[in-house]
Each structure stands twice: as structure tokens, then as C-alpha cells.
Design a protein around this ligand. Structure first.
Ligand SMILES: NC(=O)c1ccc[n+]([C@@H]2O[C@H](COP(=O)([O-])OP(=O)(O)OC[C@H]3O[C@@H](n4cnc5c(N)ncnc54)[C@H](OP(=O)(O)O)[C@@H]3O)[C@@H](O)[C@H]2O)c1
Length: 341
């Protein structure tokens, strides 16, 4: 449902979720669409990105970024059309990526958003997924940490997701043998048939360790970690000497109130393994570089992506809850308004 012309709808955090997230933890607030002050723009939201990091923003204890307090608007990157501008670089009708908020209309500083060049011929939604922060995350982990060499075996978890699907395809371009891990036969089939991974293991399999060993007969040289938990344990058993692990995220524990004990890391010494975490936004240049590299691949269809789009701002909480339980199939987006004609 889109907002009436002059009303702004916002999704506010009502109370902090204790474990599993629920739509009841959020509420809709309505007020007037604000006017931009000097240097600001107002956008009409077209797409809202739903990302796993949002769960961390709801915790009492702070993660690497400032959290959301009850009563505040949920944060989230959007693609939107400029409907009012007090910034010299933006005109009404421009389409921009960046304005933040689970809102039908966002007030943003012009210097914090990027104008989309519509002549590139790529769908607007891709600026939040394959050509957005998730794509840049995949690029960062693969190029800066895993650095795959031809013939090496690279494993990617959450392989059908926004980050994993790009990480695996990028590692394949480097000549590696790529094995995905995903939840369920449909996702595994898509990862192999459409993304071109060499194999894909279902993490819900009865004997995940045995299936992963069969898919990686020469061990694992690089691991793009998106989930943690049982998948991580199975992968760590198979790491080769000088393996590289890009610690991107551990979505399996984002809803947990207490974290399980960690693995014994003695093998890291003996096998001289590199385990390195990263936050993509620490270096904004990564996103700029990635868009330049990947936009032609998206335009010519050689970089495959999948989006899971639901309609209606009011459905954003349910979309985030589903993402954390693996109910999404591809980059999770909410369509808040129509695309400009
Ligand atoms: N470091 C950074 O700067 C950065 C930036 C962006 C994202 N990330 C991280 O990248 C990871 C992927 O993000 P995304 O946006 O691409 O999400 P996504 O993969 O599109 O969606 C999350 C997926 O996680 C999987 N999952 C959920 N619970 C699981 C469990 N218990 N065990 C195994 N898999 C589980 C599900 O896939 P299956 O059905 O296949 O299990 C689900 O579809 C997340 O950990 C996120 O926090 C990090």
C-alpha cells in the first residue's frame, strides 16, 4: 500500500526483540512529508533494502554502528525519486540511491546520496543488491582476503543470497572451483544451474560434514563465511594449509540472546590459516569500484542475480524476520512505490 500524496509513513521500532524478530516489534507512524532545508532533498521511496545487519541495530548492546532505540525510525538504504530539492546537484525527477529509512518518503542530505545514471540500462533495484552494498561486500571479501587462484576450492555459505551469489560467481571468474552451501534443494539447484557453481551442499542435509567432504575432495583453500554455526564447523574441518577465511557475517546467530562457545582455533597455527573479518563500509571506495566493474556484467547478463521483492512498506518487518530464517530466495527488497515512467 503506498502513502497518500502528502503523508509520510514510517516504520518505527516499538520494542527491542528478545530473540526471534516479530512484526509486532514495529509500528507504523504517519506525519506530514517534510520540506528540505538547504543542502537536503526529499525522496519518494521506490525500493527499500532489507539486510541481516539490521538485526544488530536492534540490540541493546551496540555493534559496529549506532543502534536504533524504541520510537526511532528503522534504518535502511533506499532507491527513491527526488520530489523536492534544496541541493544544487539534484532536481525533481532524479533517481537516487542512499536515503536511509523504512519510510515512504526520506529527508536526506544531498551529499550522502548518489544519483543513478539511468542510461546504464540496469534495473533500479540492483543498486541495493548486486550493484549495491551486498555486491561490494562480496567483491571485498573475495579480492582483499580470499584472493582465489585458479584450481583452488572456494566454499561460499548462504550461496543463494545477495552476498554469497556474487562472491561465488566472482571467485569462479578468478578460475577457482566454487562450492556453495545453501538451505534446501531449490536453492542448491539454482546455485549450480543458474549461478554456475561447481557444486552446492544443502546445510540441512543429515550429514553435512560428509556431503561437504564429498564436494571438496581436495580440501578447502578459501571460505566466504556468511552464516557461522554448524556450517562453519564443517568447513573448518576441511581447511587446507594456507587457507583464507573471509569473515563476512554469522547470520545463524543474529537472533540469539547468548552465543555458543567458539571453535578450538589450534588448527589456525598448524595450518597457517588466515581468518580476517571486514566491514564493507569502512572503505567507501569499494562500492564505487565495484559498481564500475560489475555494471557492464549486470547489463550483459553475465553476472546473475535474483531478487525476492515483496510489496508494501508495512511488510518490511516480516521481510526482515524471514531473511533471518532463510525464507528469502535472493536479495530481499520491499517495493514501496512505483518506478518512474
Ligand atoms: N561484513 C560486511 O560488511 C557485510 C555486509 C553485508 C552483509 N554481510 C553479511 O553477509 C551475510 C549474507 O548477507 P545477505 O544480505 O547476502 O543475506 P542473504 O544471504 O540474502 O540472506 C540470509 C541467508 O542466510 C541464510 N541463513 C539464515 N539462517 C541460517 C542458518 N541458521 N544456517 C545457515 N544459513 C542460514 C539463509 O539462506 P539459506 O536458506 O541458504 O540457509 C538466508 O537466506 C550476512 O551474514 C550479513 O550479515 C556482511
Amino acid at each position: 500500500m503506498s502513502a497518500p500524496e502528502d503523508i509520510r509513513r514510517s516504520v518505527l521500532l516499538k520494542r527491542r526483540p528478545t530473540a526471534e524478530l516479530s512484526a509486532r516489534d514495529f509500528e507504523i507512524h504517519e506525519d506530514a512529508i517534510p520540506a528540505p532545508a538547504a543542502g537536503e532533498i526529499v525522496t519518494r521511496t521506490i525500493y527499500l533494502s532489507i539486510d541481516p545487519y539490521m538485526r544488530g541495530r536492534l540490540r541493546e548492546e551496540q555493534t559496529y554502528a549506532v543502534g536504533i532505540k524504541p520510537g526511532e525510525v528503522m534504518t535502511g538504504e533506499t532507491v527513491g525519486e527526488v520530489i523536492a530539492s534544496a541541493h544544487p546537484d539534484f532536481a525533481v525527477g532524479d533517481v537516487v540511491v542512499g536515503p536511509r529509512g523504512w519510510q515512504s518518503h526520506c529527508l536526506a542530505e544531498g551529499d550522502k546520496v548518489v544519483k543513478i545514471d539511468r542510461s546504464l540500462g540496469v534495473p533500479l533495484s540492483t543498486y541495493l543488491g548486486v550493484l549495491g552494498m551486498p555486491g561490494a561486500t562480496a567483491y571485498t571479501g573475495v579480492t582483499e582476503i580470499i584472493k582465489p587462484k585458479p584450481g583452488e576450492t572456494i566454499v561460499v555459505s548462504a550461496a543463494s543470497g545477495a552476498v554469497g551469489s556474487v562472491a561465488g560467481q566472482f571467485a569462479k571468474r578468478a578460475g577457482a572451483r566454487v562450492v556453495g552451501v545453501a538451505g534446501g534443494p531449490d536453492k542448491c539447484l539454482w546455485v549450480q544451474d543458474s549461478l554456475g557453481f561447481d557444486d552446492c551442499v544443502d546445510h540441512r542435509a543429515l550429514d553435512l560434514r560428509a556431503e561437504l567432504r564429498a564436494a571438496c575432495p581436495h580440501g578447502i583453500d578459501g571460505y566466504f563465511e556468511n552464516v557461522g554455526g554448524a556450517v562453519q564447523a564443517a568447513v573448518f574441518d576441511l581447511l587446507n594449509r594456507h587457507a583464507r577465511v573471509a569473515m563476512c557475517g554469522m547470520v545463524s546467530q543474529y537472533n540469539m540472546t547468548e552465543f555458543p562457545p567458539g571453535p578450538n582455533l589450534g588448527f589456525v597455527v598448524g595450518k597457517a590459516v588466515l581468518i580476517q573479518g571486514f566491514i564493507v563500509s569502512d572503505n567507501p571506495q569499494r562500492l564505487i569500484d565495484w559498481r564500475r566493474i560489475a555494471a557492464p556484467w549486470v547489463a550483459d547478463g553475465s553476472l546473475v542475480y535474483r531478487e525476492d521483492i515483496i510489496d508494501g512498506l508495512e511488510n518490511a518487518p516480516e521481510a526482515l524476520a524471514g531473511l533471518l530464517e532463510g525464507r528469502n530466495f535472493g536479495k530481499m527488497l520491499v517495493r514501496v512505490g512505483h518506478e518512474p515512467t
